[in-house]
Design a protein around this ligand. Structure first.
Ligand code: NAD
Length: 513
């Protein structure tokens, strides 16, 4: 680890390693059994982390609830000032945090830095928003009455996040929840617990400098069982959960069972439509980055290319050529394009998917495989693969969280391509490559893409924080980040004020006493 400067990064981020390898940080950490965090980069044990027990969880909840009582009374712009300071701290810690993200999760260092940049961007967005938590005013039907609506804080927000964006997803939720007057309890993925501790330490530093209780930001650690403590807890009005559709279905039912609110950001099965009017060069850049970036472990990764038959061979040849130039290896080395998968379990799923696509009649045109030898000791490095397939294949219908790209052919016009694009259970991100205005507008119309994100002449992968982020169907329907996504973190109240000496009833109802 020393070679990559990761040990220094850990130290700077306040993660101390004790003799038995246990990480310690500030308060709110568990006393339960240990989980080990191994780096997919080199297979090394980075550190062990104690999980949260039921008793620890109760303490955290009490700390959060008591912090909420003071935090919600602070004027929103003052809460924004705390988020501004948090954003500044992230600027200070950008390099070490980006490095830890890269080493613990396996994405490239550039993408690790990009993830921290997203955290900074959402803080900036939230600071401005802290002066714009607007409600509406309405005209009352009754004389001498005024009606308006306002937004109040909701309470304790529970955040459950996935391994692939080990820090940004937390910040997307937290920065908005904080300016809205909520406090947060975060359960990061059990695969990236150190990223969680690092973020908690940064947040705690800002809170302490402002004499605010650390309960405003709480961290709990462990697997789904620790997550379930929150999803079952009536004291948590909102659960924001990012992860697989399988997880989302369970979380949605549990939270709905107690009539809580959930914000779900689940799996995608994202496609780019390539029409005869596409710019092939742009298509190749968008598709290749979308398919192999973060080793295909982005919720917005490009999984399907839907190509018109008239340009199919041309696009196929260009993509295959580009794949031949990909360099796979240590993600902390900027020369490499593709890093490792998160763990050997993910590698097994990748291998199974490749077997399945062949079994279903698909044709592999860029061979996959697991890399061995020097630099690949972790066993997590795989070759990005391409298969020609049909949309109806069971494996194509399914999100495999790995760098496998399916090429699908369409005949006829763009409506046929849109039908293929929409013909999956997921609805996160979609794109069309075309210089034809009619095709582009149709794709964006009510008859077009059914996804939460629909792009023209850019790929499916990556998003800016200014827009609302999320998807439809099995992607869960939640929206995070920009636009008016903040509203889910608040409760809406409608107020009617009577400033007369009469008490007229609505709808003209008479009730004489
Ligand atoms: P995962 O579903 O295995 O785990 C996600 C989180 O949920 C983890 O913290 C896990 O401990 C927790 N969890 C699992 N079951 C739970 C339960 N029953 N109750 C409470 N918590 C539970 O997902 P993963 O492998 O970490 O991440 C990959 C998945 O996440 C992919 O499907 C990807 O598309 C999706 N993802 C979606 C978005 C989005 O914004 N739509 C963003 C990132 C990742």
């Amino acid at each position: 680890a020393l070679d990559f400067g990761v040990d220094t990064a850990l130290k700077v981020l306040g993660i101390k390693k004790t003799n038995n390898g246990t990480s310690t940080g500030s308060t709110n950490f568990g006393s339960g059994e240990e989980i080990s965090s191994y780096s997919p980069v080199d297979g090394a044990l980075i550190a062990k982390v104690n999980t949260t027990t039921n008793a620890d969880y109760e303490k955290v909840l009490i700390a959060a609830t008591s912090a909420y009582a003071t935090w919600r009374t602070k004027p929103a712009p003052q809460r924004g000032e705390i988020v501004r300071q948090f954003g500044d701290k992230l600027r200070e810690y950008k390099e070490p945090l980006g490095k830890l993200v890269s080493y613990e999760m396996g994405k490239s260092y550039q993408e690790g830095l990009g993830e921290v940049q997203e955290m900074i961007d959402i803080c900036d967005f939230a600071v401005g928003l802290s002066r714009q938590l607007h409600g509406l005013t309405m005209h009352s039907e009754r004389p001498g009455h005024r009606m308006y609506e306002q937004y109040h804080p909701l309470g304790v927000v529970g955040i459950i996040s996935a391994f692939n964006f080990p820090v940004a997803v937390w910040a997307w939720n937290t920065a908005l929840a904080w300016i809205c007057g909520d406090v947060c309890i975060w359960k990061p993925s059990e695969k990236t617990p150190l990223c969680g501790i690092a973020c908690q330490n940064i947040a705690a530093e800002v809170l302490k400098a402002n004499n605010l209780p650390e309960g405003i930001s709480c961290l709990i650690n462990g697997d789904y069982k620790v997550g379930e403590l929150m999803t079952n807890d009536v004291r948590i009005p909102l659960i924001s959960a990012t992860g697989s559709t399988r997880m989302g279905k369970i979380v949605a039912q549990t939270v709905a069972g107690r009539l809580g609110k959930s914000l779900l950001e689940l799996g995608g099965n994202n496609a780019i439509i390539v029409t005869p009017d596409a710019d092939i060069k742009m298509t190749v850049i968008g598709a290749v980055f979308g398919a192999v970036g973060t080793a295909g472990q982005r919720c917005t990764s490009t999984r399907r290319l839907i190509i018109h038959e008239s340009i199919y061979d041309k696009v196929k040849t260009a993509i295959v050529d580009a794949y031949k130039q990909l360099r796979i290896g240590n993600p902390l080395d900027e020369k490499n394009h593709v890093g490792p998968l998160i763990d050997t379990g993910a590698v097994a799923m990748y291998q199974k998917a490749l077997e399945k696509v062949v079994a279903e009649g698909g044709k592999i045109i860029i061979e996959g495989g697991v890399l061995e030898g020097k630099g690949y000791e972790s066993g997590c490095y795989v070759k990005p693969a391409i298969a020609e397939a049909e949309n109806s294949f069971e494996i194509v219908q399914h999100e495999t969280f790995a760098p496998i790209l399916y090429l699908l052919k369409y005949k006829g016009d763009v409506t046929d391509a849109i039908a293929i694009q929409n013909g999956v259970a997921q609805g996160l991100s979609s794109a069309i490559m075309t210089n034809n205005l009619r095709e582009a507008e149709l794709f964006l119309s009510a008859n077009g893409s059914d996804c939460g994100i629909a792009n023209v002449n850019i790929g499916t992968s990556g998003a800016e924080i200014g827009g609302a982020f999320g998807g439809e169907k099995e992607t869960g329907g939640g929206r995070e980040s920009g636009s008016d996504a903040w509203k889910i973190y608040m409760r809406r109240q409608t107020n009617t004020i009577n400033y007369t000496t009469e008490l007229p009833l609505a709808q003209g109802i008479k009730f004489d006493l």
